[in-house]
Design a protein around this ligand. Sequence first.
Ligand code: NAD
Length: 498
Amino acid sequence: MRTIGHYIGGRNVGGESGRFADVFHPSTGEVQAKVALASKAEMRAAVENAKAAQPAWAATNPQKRARVMMRFLELIRGEHDALAELLASEHGKTVPDAKGDIQRGVEVVEFACGIPHLLKGEYTEGAGPGIDVYSLRQPLGVVAGITPFNFPAMIPLWKCAPAIACGNAFILKPSERDPSVPIRIAEIFLEAGLPPGILNVVNGDKEAVDAILDDEDIKAVGFVGSSHIAEYIYVRAAETGKRAQCFGGAKNHMIIMPDADMGQAVDALIGAGYGSAGERCMAISVAVPVGEQTADRLMEKLIPRVESLKIGPSHDGSADYGPLVTREAVQKVASYINKGVAEGAQLAVDGRGFKLQGYENGFYMGGSLFDRVTPDMTIYKEEIFGPVLSVVRAKDYEEALALPSTHQYGNGVAIFTQDGDAARDFTARVNVGMVGVNVPIPVPIAYHTFGGWKRSGFGDLNQHGPDSIRFYTKTKTVTQRWPSGIKSGAEFSIPTMR
Ligand code: NAD
């Protein structure tokens, strides 16, 4: 059995803890590798290694750091297809979707190529008599990222590229479910000229995460995963004085106004609801048609589309989506469907019990669709993270607006309408971090920032874009004057600009 260790100091190292987790091939259900789970001592060794390497990297001028990013882009372009296949084989998403996972991460590396410009500070000449003030941004030192299984290329790259470009050393603790792509990313960075120790990948579970949280040399932690763990990390990071940005789960609504083009809305819902088997933090999991007639028209078109979804192994390029990540994930989604039925929602399409011929042990699940879901039901309140769409019928626009606004999660939301006035009112008033207007998955592009509100995001700075530079640097402000001699003696009152 293949074993996957860690990547520390520019080389692959085996695990020493004796603890391992299974890495599955979700399409077949087989265990394809064992990944080492790091001990506290192994995490400490990785931090020591990063700490020793970081000062020289921070002292490397930003243009040279940018060139490493540029070279990385060239190298990963040549490997894009092979990397997507590796990613899909551990995650279960289709290969075309895996290519998108890598590409959305690569776009943040492209953003990080602008680091010489992004790091420029501010300067005020003559802020007082003979006084100039300037601000500069300095790296934090060693920082860490803890990432989820569902985007094993994109989210590690969202975190490590800006952090490294800023002059930090980065410890990546990826998901133990699909660890191979993060390790390959670190290897490619080394080939691109990144010094050993600036990107260390340490595989593990709660023990490794707690070791990050307890380590005084780690100055910031970026997390993406489920909300209860995001909150745990945010609280623990604050206790040890670390900066933290922790992104959690989601329940993304799509509002369908009576004037929406129903063909477009249904296409959008099918892709955003069921793509990647619903295992996306920006998946649409709640559709909110406004008015009974809109709801009836929606269901009429939606039901046959859900029934005809094509589910296949991850290497089947024609499949709409592949298997879920683990058997436990399938069981968890099925138990939510059972609960929805028990609580009185109408199960219009039932994806439980789906089997793919020739792949009977794979972790597949058919598409499910609920109608007449109400806000008191468990399937509405909680994140299911599977190929299940819930339709909540709203009597009018205000009721539709209130649903995502008062939900515990606030990651993404969308409105489909042809009325600019309604869309403008919605974008202004909805209490959610990322909004789409006739766009079902409003993931911002690399040079804007990504982040949800409420229980979808703990912390105040978003991922990528300008916020990532602020998060991974600290601001130093210098007030300077060069007097030729003290002219008026000591000054005891605080100087002001009056
Ligand atoms: P998860 O919370 O199970 O795991 C995330 C990370 O935390 C992994 O690295 C894992 O090893 C670690 N971890 C797991 N249990 C832990 C524990 N008890 N203590 C400390 N660390 C622990 O999440 P997942 O299942 O890998 O990913 C799916 C979740 O991530 C969904 O809730 C999804 O919405 C969310 N997500 C959010 C965003 C976003 O930007 N808001 C993006 C992608 C995924």
